[in-house]
Design a protein around this ligand. Structure first.
Ligand SMILES: Cc1ncc(COP(=O)(O)O)c(C=O)c1O
Ligand SMILES: N[C@@H](CCOP(=O)(O)O)C(=O)O
Length: 466
C-alpha cells in the first residue's frame, strides 16, 4: 500500500515508512493512495472473530508488504492482550435504540490505548529492521500523552517528549503521564492550549536544526497508524449490531477529528454506516464548519471535557482532501491560507461531500451534565464528560429512525471524577489497574518560553540519533 500526503508534494511511502515518518515533509498528513474495500460477504465472514483477529483482518490491507498477516496478528494479540475486558471494546446497551461502545478498557483508561498499544509495538518492529532510533514529539490534551507514554516507556529505541497545556488536564490525566519514571520519557508543561502544543509539534517537524539531528516520530493522530487501528472498533460494533445487512449510526465525541475520521475510513471500506455524528463541546470549530462552512479558529475555552478543548482539528485536513477530489496542491493552498488568517470557508463541494455522511451537534456545560445524568438515572451507567457530549448528540440529532445508534465512550469516568460527581452525585473510583497513581511522585518540566524553549529543551535532552 502506498501513502500520499494531503499537500501533494511529500514522497510516497509504504506502511512502515509512514508509521515512522509522522508528519509529511510538505506539512501534510499521510493517507492511503486508495481505500481498500471489503465486499458484503467478506464483512459477514468477520462476524464472531476475536478482537485481535478482527483487527489484523481489517488492518492488513493497509499494512501491505510491511508485515505478514501472521506477524500483524501476533502484534495485535500482544497489544490487545493488555486490555482488561475480553471483548477489548465491549458494547453496552442503554435503551432500545442507543448503545455505548466502551473504548476505555486499556491500561490508561481512554480510547487512545486501542491504537497506541499497537503503535508502540510497530515502532519497535520497524526500528529493529533499520537498527534506528526515533525521537517522538507529541502534544496532548490529556489522553494521548498517557497512552503514548505507557506504550513506549522503557523501550530503548524510542525517546518521547510529550507537551501538555499546563493546568488544563485533569489531575488523573496529568499523573498518568508525570508519574511514569523511565529514562526515555520527558513530560513538558507549556503555557497555552492544546492547539499551541500541537502547533509546536508540527513546527518541530519542519525545523531543520531539529530534523538534522533527530529522526522525529509522531504518536498523535498525525500518524496514520493511529487512525488505522481506530477503524477496527467501528467494524467490531457494527458487526455485533447486524452489519453488513444492517446499517449503524455512530456518535463520536470529537476534538482533533481523528476518531470520527476513522469512522469515515470504515465507511469507505464498505461498512454500512448510516451517519457519523460529530459531537463537540463549546470549542465548536467542527460544528461551525459542518453546519455553515465556517472553519475559523477562536480562543479555546476550558471545559469539563478538557481532552476536546481543541479549536484546530488536525485531521479535518484529511477529510477535506478525501472529499475534495484529492487535489494536494489545491488543499496545500487552502491550508496555507488558514495558517495565515486562522480562518477558511469550505467550498460548496467540501460542504456537500461532508454532509453526505457527517452531521454535528454542540454541547455546552449544561447539556453535557444533563447527558451524564440521563445515562446515570435512566440506564444506570456512569459516563465521562466526553462520552456525555457524544450522548447529547445521539439524542438531539435527527438520526435515521431505523438504525441503532452507537456512542463512542472514549474515556473512563474516573479520569474526570470531579466533573462526574458534580453532574451525577456519584464519584467513580479508579480501576485497580492504574495502581497507586496518587502516591507516586511526579516529574515534569515547565517551559514558558514558547516554541524556542521547547525546541532548545529537546535539542539539549534528546539522545543522539542511533
Ligand atoms: C476522552 C476523549 N474523547 C474524545 C476525544 C476526541 O477525539 P479526536 O481528537 O480523535 O476527535 C479525545 C481526544 O482527542 C479524548 O481524549
Ligand atoms: N484528545 C487528545 C488530543 C488529540 O490528540 P490526537 O493524538 O488524537 O491527535 C489527547 O487527549 O491528548
Amino acid at each position: 500500500m502506498d501513502y500520499i500526503s494531503t499537500r501533494g508534494s511529500a514522497p510516497t511511502l509504504d506502511f512502515a515508512g509512514v508509521t515512522l515518518a509522522g508528519l509529511a515533509s510538505d506539512g501534510g498528513l499521510y493517507l492511503p493512495a486508495n481505500w481498500p474495500h471489503f465486499s458484503q460477504d467478506e464483512i459477514a465472514a468477520m462476524r464472531g472473530m476475536p478482537y485481535a483477529q478482527l483487527a489484523a483482518t481489517v488492518m492488513h490491507p493497509f499494512v501491505g508488504d510491511s508485515l505478514s498477516l501472521e506477524r500483524l496478528r501476533e502484534l495485535c494479540d500482544e497489544a490487545y492482550g493488555r486490555f482488561a475486558h475480553a471483548a477489548v471494546t465491549p458494547l453496552v446497551q442503554l435503551d432500545e435504540r442507543h448503545w455505548l461502545l466502551e473504548l476505555f478498557h486499556g491500561p490508561t483508561l481512554a480510547f487512545k490505548d486501542v491504537a497506541l498499544q499497537l503503535l508502540g509495538l510497530l515502532f519497535e518492529e520497524f526500528l529493529a529492521r533499520e537498527r534506528g532510533t526515533l525521537t517522538i514529539v507529541g502534544a496532548t490534551s490529556g489522553d494521548t500523552g498517557s497512552a503514548a507514554i505507557d506504550a513506549v516507556a522503557g523501550r530503548d529505541k524510542v525517546e518521547i517528549f510529550m507537551l501538555h497545556p499546563k493546568g488544563r488536564v485533569s489531575d488523573v490525566q496529568r499523573r498518568q503521564m508525570t508519574t511514569v519514571r523511565a529514562p526515555n520519557v520527558h513530560n513538558i508543561a507549556i503555557d497555552g492550549s492544546f492547539d499551541d502544543a500541537q502547533a509546536m509539534v508540527k513546527r518541530l517537524f519542519a525545523d531543520e536544526a531539529m530534523t538534522a539531528k533527530h529522526r522525529l516520530g509522531a504518536v498523535n493522530s498525525i500518524n496514520w497508524a493511529r487512525l488505522m487501528a481506530q477503524v477496527v472498533y467501528y467494524f467490531a460494533a457494527a458487526l455485533q449490531l447486524g452489519a453488513p445487512e444492517r446499517s449503524v449510526a455512530f456518535s463520536v465525541p470529537t476534538g482533533n477529528f481523528g476518531d470520527v475520521f476513522a469512522g469515515h475510513v470504515a465507511a469507505r471500506m464498505g461498512l454500512p454506516i448510516a451517519r457519523l455524528a460529530v459531537a463537540t463541546n463549546v470549542n465548536d470549530i467542527l460544528h461551525r464548519a459542518l453546519t455553515s462552512g465556517d472553519y475559523s479558529q477562536s480562543e479555546v475555552t476550558a471545559t469539563a471535557a478538557p481532552s476536546m478543548d481543541i479549536q484546530v482539528s488536525s485531521n479535518f485536513e484529511r477529510l477535506l482532501f478525501d472529499i475534495g477530489g484529492r487535489d494536494g496542491s489545491a488543499l496545500a493552498g487552502q491550508m496555507r491560507g488558514f495558517e495565515t488568517s486562522r480562518a477558511m470557508l469550505l467550498s460548496n463541494a467540501q460542504r456537500e461531500g461532508a454532509a453526505s455522511l457527517f452531521t454535528s451537534a454542540r454541547a455546552d456545560q449544561s447539556a453535557m451534565a444533563q447527558a451524564m445524568r440521563w445515562a446515570w438515572d435512566r440506564a444506570g451507567e456512569v459516563v465521562d464528560p466526553h462520552t456525555a457530549i457524544g450522548l447529547h448528540a445521539a439524542h438531539s440529532l435527527d438520526l435515521p429512525a431505523d438504525v441503532p445508534i452507537v456512542t463512542l465512550a472514549t474515556a473512563h469516568p474516573a479520569k474526570f471524577r470531579d466533573a462526574v460527581e458534580r453532574a451525577t452525585g456519584t464519584r467513580p473510583t479508579l480501576p485497580l489497574r492504574v495502581g497507586d497513581l496518587f502516591a507516586r511522585e511526579e516529574a515534569y518540566t515547565e517551559l514558558s518560553g514558547g516554541y524556542d524553549a521547547v525546541r532548545d529543551f529537546i535539542l539539549t535532552h534528546a539522545s543522539p540519533r542511533g
